[in-house]
Design a protein around this ligand. Structure first.
Ligand SMILES: Nc1ncnc2c1ncn2[C@@H]1O[C@H](COP(=O)(O)OP(=O)(O)OP(=O)(O)O)[C@@H](O)[C@H]1O
Length: 620
């Protein structure tokens, strides 16, 4: 049994002497008893000394953080404030080990956790990071999100995981909306404050010692901002170290912070107890009037009109604050706890099949709940089938029939490749941010993700194939020599869709924006339609260009379709009529099908390779 003494707020005690206060003004001395040594794992004092950050842009080197020193204690909420561009996010990212020195940026200084140099270990193993944007899947519910993390992050039985999710939902006061959709601009969902609480809940699943947040209240009204800050204070009260950048807090929110760090133009101008900041600035000649929110007042006195042309008055004021801070800076006592006593987060990792299965389940749920996208895709498949049936309703006989059948089969070769490509790009960009975040956190590997994406495509391609394929095939009266003809046609159609999806993954993984991916795939696929064998016969293509036909999905699909159609063809035709011979593949029974299988597999392997490369580059 460990006894923890709770000291008053003003005390600059050791990490074991943090205060717990539901109401900020409480000056009560309390004692709490923790049941076991387990709680010790949460106590991390993070400190940073003489941190400088330089970034080079357009040939100019900017000094973004200037000799910044500070600390954050366990059990406390440290708010980092400053005008826009003062370096808050950069500092937070450096503390979270999300910024490294490279070609265009250089970081100097020492960051340590409980006295141990952070260069010797990975701080992200102890810290959770909540980004400013809510990176969530809109078609899921808060419970789905937390449960997904519980499955991949928390050891134990499903019952224990379920209990943990319920506890977090109730701690964050979102149990009432746990089964509502998260939503986005299109899908009506939960409020911004509730989304932020879901993001915090996700991070709490891994029981982090430190929680870092980038502007968790931005975009929230003062009531919701207060709720978010209160729940973070509760987490601090459990011994966690909370570090958060914050923009324009209300006076009610401001007075809840334990420690405050004020930045101006990359310099620290104040770092210490929040409630002592008024007195500190008053002594420097800047007295905040009683009725004024200190947060607003500090922003006003630190305001710089044009940072590229700082006036003498602004510079003198900044120098006064910076010098005074340097003289007065006193760091809290060093933590007594060895880092080896701390519990790492994210060390639990289920095997890749569990990751795959959970990702598959989530993708299925997301697709099913995203009704609009589902309906649109089904409608499109149906309409294309009907449209083809209407346009080519009279195929005719003899030469005319061959020309018409070639035309319709070529359309049926282009459409699945294009639609498969487009649907993958669209779907991938809807979840790209979530995937990159989760993958970066090591929640699952790229193999599990890629495999689950490939598996979830299968039912969709089968349904789409039935809708377009059945309508087109039977309404046009294509070859019905025996039942296997349609089955082969259907399988080729599905493989064409799969191949198009493979191309979609390549472009999706290569580009960071959906617009660039669509533009690139159009530029890539459209010219390939000329090499499919319908517009220009393959043997009339110059030899030096003929290799392109091997990477043209339309060519393999068209070949497979025509061979299937014209073998045992029963239309009226004179003896000269040889549609397969005219196309140049009369003796190539299986090449089309083998070609589409090989190309489909190759593009997926290439896509996986690109994904691996991209995620590795992002991590490094
Ligand atoms: N890699 C970089 N290259 C060029 N400039 C950078 C880089 N990183 C940060 N900056 C610049 O450094 C300054 C501080 O950026 P930072 O995002 O930390 O500010 P902030 O205080 O968080 O601002 P805001 O409140 O608007 O988010 C900004 O002027 C930003 O443009």
């Amino acid at each position: 049994m460990i006894e923890i003494t709770i000291s008053p707020k003003e005390s600059e005690g050791s990490p074991r002497e943090f205060y717990i206060s539901e109401s900020q003004n409480s000056e009560k001395y309390e004692k709490i008893c923790l049941q076991t040594d387990d709680q010790l794992h949460r106590y991390v004092q993070l400190s940073w000394d003489d941190v400088n950050y330089y970034a080079t842009t357009k040939g100019k080197t900017l000094h973004i953080l200037k000799s910044v020193s500070g600390y954050a204690n366990p059990g406390e909420f440290l708010a980092i404030m400053g005008a826009s561009g003062s370096g808050k996010t950069t500092l937070l990212n450096i503390l979270a080990n999300r910024v490294r020195s490279g070609n265009k940026a250089e970081m100097t200084g020492i960051i340590s956790a409980n006295g141990k140099d952070a260069r010797e270990f990975n701080i992200s193993k102890y810290a959770a990071y909540v980004t400013q944007d809510d990176v969530l899947l809109p078609a899921l519910t808060p419970r789905d999100c937390l449960m997904f993390y519980a499955k991949l992050r928390c050891p134990g039985t499903d019952k224990e995981r379920y209990a943990k999710v319920e506890k977090i939902l109730s701690d964050l006061n979102i149990a009432g909306i746990a089964d509502n959709l998260i939503g986005n601009a299109i899908i009506k969902g939960i409020s911004g404050g509730e989304k932020k609480r879901v993001c915090i809940g996700i991070e709490l699943m891994s029981d982090p010692c430190i929680i870092m947040l980038d502007e968790p209240t931005s975009g929230l009204d003062s009531y919701n901002a207060g709720i978010v800050i209160d729940l973070l204070l509760k987490q601090a009260a459990k011994g966690r170290t909370i570090i958060s950048t914050i923009h324009q807090p209300s006076s009610n929110v401001f007075k809840k912070f334990d420690k405050l760090m004020l930045l101006s133009e990359g310099n620290v101008v104040y770092h210490g107890p929040c409630d002592k900041s008024r007195k500190y600035f008053a002594e420097l000649g800047y007295k905040c009037p009683k009725q004024v929110n200190p947060a607003d007042y500090y922003m006003r006195i630190l305001h710089i009109t044009n940072r590229h042309e700082i006036t003498d008055e602004e510079q003198n004021k900044l120098d006064l604050f910076v010098e005074s801070y340097k003289e007065n800076y006193v760091k809290d006592a060093e933590s007594k706890y060895e880092l080896s006593q701390l519990q790492e987060i994210g060390t639990y990792r289920p095997n890749c099949w569990v990751e795959f299965f959970e990702l598959l389940k989530r993708s299925a749920k997301t697709s099913a709940k995203n009704r609009l996208s589902l309906k649109l895709r089904l409608l499109m498949a149906l309409l294309i089938g009907i449209l083809i049936a209407l346009i080519f309703n009279d195929l005719g006989n003899g030469e005319k029939a061959i020309q018409n059948i070639n035309g319709v089969l070529y359309m049926l070769s282009i459409w699945p490749v294009m639609s498969g490509n487009g649907s993958v790009i669209m779907n991938y960009y809807m979840e790209r941010a979530v995937f990159l975040k989760e993958h970066d956190e090591g929640l699952y590997g790229d193999w599990s993700y890629f495999l689950s994406k490939n598996m979830i495509d299968i039912p969709w391609t089968m349904v789409s194939g039935i809708l377009t394929g059945v309508i087109a095939y039977f309404s046009l009266g294509l070859n019905l020599h025996d039942g296997s003809k349609f089955i082969i046609f259907y399988c080729i159609y599905i493989m064409a869709l799969q191949c198009g999806m493979g191309f979609g993954y390549i472009t999706g993984f290569l580009f960071t924006t959906v617009e660039a991916a669509h533009a690139f795939s159009s530029v890539l696929l459209f010219p390939l339609t000329a090499f499919g064998g319908e517009n220009v016969k393959i043997n009339s293509i110059p030899i030096s260009w003929r290799w392109i036909t091997y990477i043209t999905p339309f060519k393999w699909v068209f070949q497979a379709f025509t061979v299937n159609e014209y073998t045992d063809w029963e239309k009226d035709c004179d003896t000269e009529c040889d549609p397969l011979g005219d196309l140049g593949w009369s003796d190539q029974q299986w090449q089309g099908i083998i070609g589409i299988i090989v190309l489909s597999t190759s593009v997926r392997l290439i896509a996986y390779f690109i994904l691996k490369l991209q995620t590795r580059n992002k991590r490094s």
